[in-house]
Ligand binder design. Structure first.
Ligand code: KIV
Length: 306
């Protein structure tokens, strides 16, 4: 698992002040203990999760006091440029991103998202790849999508000593089977199936479950009935925690966004404006100015130019 650096170290950013013992749930100078998530559910303290894929994002999440950082396979779309699908991202690509995030954060729990193809084939394959996420990626927890045949996969990974986060509802890796990126559990029958799936994943040993794009009353019932925390994305306000994709909430994603996204910034506008201003100043000669330029002494300049 991810071994936090010693308290007081400046790992992850030269001289950057780290909040120590931020609250009652943290181990001083270290990782949020996993059982605290269940304790937070009991206390009614909401869990905050966000995705991150690189060192600056991980650092910002840590410094904002985020509890759980998910290195999501949404990386396929928001980082790697695959259009409208998470399917192509590979284990090696996810490990690279997970390692980058894990080496930056101390307190937040790091969840490595197992990509499509890394756990569907067999229990052995699932366990082998989950071990890679922990040993090579530095993840504290792995996440996998779906229930049904994936439930024994989750169980086997847990039996290998690796905490697992489940994910039901809209599971983007199977979007084609689901008929697209659509809300799930909208009929009573489908909703009952989601409830049963969530119970099965809890019984298999999952430490938490993501509920994606399902009606709020269904998420509320699952949250009420499970002992483990639920983390919602498009699942209403009654989940034990919420997760959003970093690029969506910061306004880096352009174009259509799902209804469940709230934008807290418009960074793509700021970045575009900054890059356009830079390009214009280079072309006009306004950049670099005097203050960005190194000089040399008059004597050295004379020696140099004569
Ligand atoms: O990959 C991801 O970012 C996710 C979240 C949307 C929950 O699975």
């Amino acid at each position: 698992m991810n071994t936090p650096p010693e308290a007081g170290s400046t790992a992850g950013g030269a001289g950057r002040a780290r909040p120590e013992n931020r609250d009652a749930f943290s181990v001083p100078g270290g990782k949020l203990p996993l059982p605290e998530l269940a304790a937070m559910k009991q206390r009614g303290d909401r869990i905050v999760m966000v995705t991150a894929y690189d060192a600056p994002g991980a650092r910002f999440a840590e410094d904002a006091g985020i509890d759980v950082v998910l290195v999501g396979d949404t990386a396929a779309m928001v980082v790697l440029g695959h259009e409208g699908t998470t399917v192509p991202v590979t284990v090696d690509e996810m490990l690279f991103l997970t390692r980058t995030v894990a080496r930056q954060v101390r307190r937040p729990i790091v969840v490595g998202d197992m990509p499509f193809g890394s756990y569907q084939v067999s229990d052995e394959d699932a366990v082998r790849n989950a071990i890679r996420f922990v040993k090579e990626g530095g993840a504290d927890v792995v996440k996998l999508e779906g229930a049904g045949p994936m439930t024994p996969r989750a169980r086997r990974i847990v039996e290998a000593g690796i905490p697992v986060m489940g994910h039901v509802g809209l599971t983007p890796q199977s979007a084609t089977m689901l008929g697209g990126f659509k809300t799930q559990g909208k009929t009573a029958e489908a909703a009952e199936k989601l409830v049963a799936d969530a119970h099965a994943l809890e019984e298999a040993g999952c430490m938490s479950i993501v509920l994606e794009a399902i009606p709020a009353p269904v998420a509320a019932r699952i949250t009420r009935e499970l002992r483990i925390p639920t983390i919602g994305i498009g699942a209403g306000p009654d989940c034990d925690g919420q997760v959003l994709v970093y690029h969506d909430l910061l306004g880096l994603t352009e174009g259509h966004l799902p209804r469940f996204v709230k934008r807290y910034a418009n960074l793509s506008r700021e970045i575009r404006d900054a890059l356009e201003a830079y390009a214009a100043e280079v072309r006009s000669g306004a950049f670099p100015g005097e203050e960005h330029t190194y000089s040399m002494s008059a004597a050295e300049l004379e020696a140099f130019t004569t």
